[in-house]
Design a protein around this ligand. Structure first.
Ligand code: ADP
Ligand code: ASP
Ligand code: MG
Length: 472
């Protein structure tokens, strides 16, 4: 399979595979076939072949299990934690056996060593009786470290020269464990140094998403679902020609397919639209993913590892002409709405303005803040809202709290030029109380707040109106 014409001065292709795309041996073989297809495509094109860099997530469900394991041993339930390690051992060794029944001694030994490390970690934490965020990150990191070992074995079993890179050597972050912030300048400095020699000698380099390390070498993670972000960070640092995010749906859909079975693929969105869509709840892509790609103008494509022939969704640089109108609807449940008014009407809008500014001061994200005359409305995530912030807001103005709001977010392009973007969704909500409407803050989004109890119904009704009956 060796091909001396790989040219590392050519921009690599970075392919990130999510948990379901590497869930078992069959899924891993599909990954190998997808990469083989890209290599064949590159071969048929004139000129030297571009290197392939694969960024993998943990096998589906494994990060959750590792975090459960961490909580188990930290919370005096070491037997449960050890039982989870046994399940992880069986699953990962089973996948390796399935991939390479003729035995890959090296891979098996590495896998066993790593699983033994997890077991020792469980015992150590159980003995101390204390789980720190730093140790939680160490636990979580094993998911990607295990799956990347397996994926490397899958490539090797198929005859590819595959190298395993440890992302912690070049994805350098701060020490905000559990949600560490990547340090781009340091990543830029290290990525080429670590990955270039591997690319030069191999058909494919496999690295882990989600994990990194501090400058002192302490393992960190960059937030749940952060594998997409890692793919983009690695792609940006290596100057990729394209970043492909392979998942279990054929791209960004007009709505979450689990809630709206008739959802269909959106062929193209811009960077800003994708970011806003992710921020307002579309799990298909991590919101921070777009930033490194934007900084280097690298196109991002979302594709389906179960249907690799589907073209997917292309996320294009802002300014690329794409059809105007609503492209998709996302929904964010678990929101709290605060209606704000001055205690004394003679105070004007100052108390409400002050109340709106308190969210940032308390580190609580404000999803939407409106001020009209002297009254205001603030929407935040219920899980982030807290009594200290409420007391602060109450000390400035009168507050009514509604804890059961869901936000529907219509995302698209040039929405301010499409009057129906506002009227059609509202018309579809006939009979459902509208708690808020916000449009005009961006040409890409329009928000409608509805009672959480009717959120799914509202989403289906708006989707039907926009995508199943009328085209906006
Ligand atoms: P991965 O493990 O590959 O990172 P995720 O589970 O994080 O995959 O994201 C893919 C899932 O996102 C899909 O299976 C789908 O259920 C969900 N999803 C939510 N909203 C959307 C949307 N608008 N378009 C596509 N998928 C969506
Ligand atoms: N494995 C990590 C998670 O489950 C990161 C990812 O898959 O994107 O959150
Ligand atoms: Mg994901």
């Amino acid at each position: 399979m060796s091909d001396p014409s790989i040219d590392i001065s050519t921009s690599p292709l970075v392919l990130k595979f999510g948990g379901t795309s590497v869930r078992d041996a069959g899924a891993m073989r599909r990954v190998v076939a997808i990469v083989a297809g890209e290599i064949a495509l590159g071969r048929s094109a004139p000129g030297p072949r571009a290197p392939m860099v694969v960024v993998t997530s943990a096998c589906a469900g494994v990060t959750d299990m590792l975090l459960e394991c961490a909580r188990g041993c930290g919370g005096e339930r070491p037997e449960e934690a050890l039982a989870l390690v046994a399940t992880l051992r069986e699953r990962h060794l089973g996948i390796l056996h399935d991939l390479d029944p003729d035995d890959d001694h090296e891979g098996r030994a590495d896998l066993r060593t790593m699983l033994d490390e997890i077991e020792r970690l469980v015992r150590g934490v159980a003995m101390l009786g204390e789980l720190t965020p730093r140790t939680t990150d160490l636990f979580a990191s094993y998911g990607e470290r295990l799956s990347s070992l397996l994926l490397t074995a899958a490539f090797r079993a198929a005859g590819f020269r595959a190298a395993l890179a440890d992302s912690r050597e070049f994805i350098i972050t701060d020490d905000t464990f559990i949600r560490a912030a990547p340090l781009m300048a340091e990543i830029d400095r290290r990525a080429h140094r670590m990955v270039d020699p591997l690319m030069a000698e191999h058909d494919v380099v496999v690295a882990q998403g989600f994990i990194g390390s501090t400058i002192d070498g302490i393992t960190t993670t960059i937030g749940r679902g952060g594998g997409d972000y890692s793919g983009a960070l690695i792609g940006a640092a290596l100057g990729a020609r394209e970043i492909q995010i392979w998942t279990d749906v054929s791209g960004i859909l007009t709505a979450d397919p689990r809630l709206v079975p008739n959802a269909r693929v959106v062929p193209e969105v811009t960077f800003t639209e994708a970011r806003e869509l992710a921020y307002f709840g579309a799990k298909v892509i991590h919101p921070d993913t777009i930033l490194p790609a934007v900084a280097r103008n690298i196109p991002v494509v979302i594709r389906n590892s179960m249907a690799p022939a589907d073209p997917g969704t292309r996320i294009m640089p802002d300014g690329t002409p794409i059809p105007s109108g609503i492209h998709s609807i996302t929904m964010k449940k678990g929101m709290t709405a605060l209606k704000l008014s001055p205690r004394d009407p003679r105070d004007g809008s100052a108390p409400v303005e002050r109340a709106l500014s308190l969210f940032a001061e308390h580190g609580v994200p404000l999803y939407c803040g409106l001020l009209a005359e002297s009254r205001g409305l603030a929407i935040t995530q219920s899980s982030a809202f807290n009594d200290i912030l409420l007391a602060a807001v109450e000390s400035t103005c009168r507050v009514t709290v509604d804890e059961e709001i869901a936000l529907l977010c219509m995302t698209g392009a040039a929405l301010h030029d499409v009057p129906a973007a506002l009227s059609e969704p509202l018309a579809a909500l006939d009979g459902i109380t509208v708690a808020l409407v916000a449009a005009g803050t961006s040409e890409h989004i329009m928000l409608i707040g509805v009672p959480e109890s009717r959120a799914n119904e509202a989403l289906s009704a708006v989707h039907r109106r926009l995508f199943e009956e009328v085209t906006v």
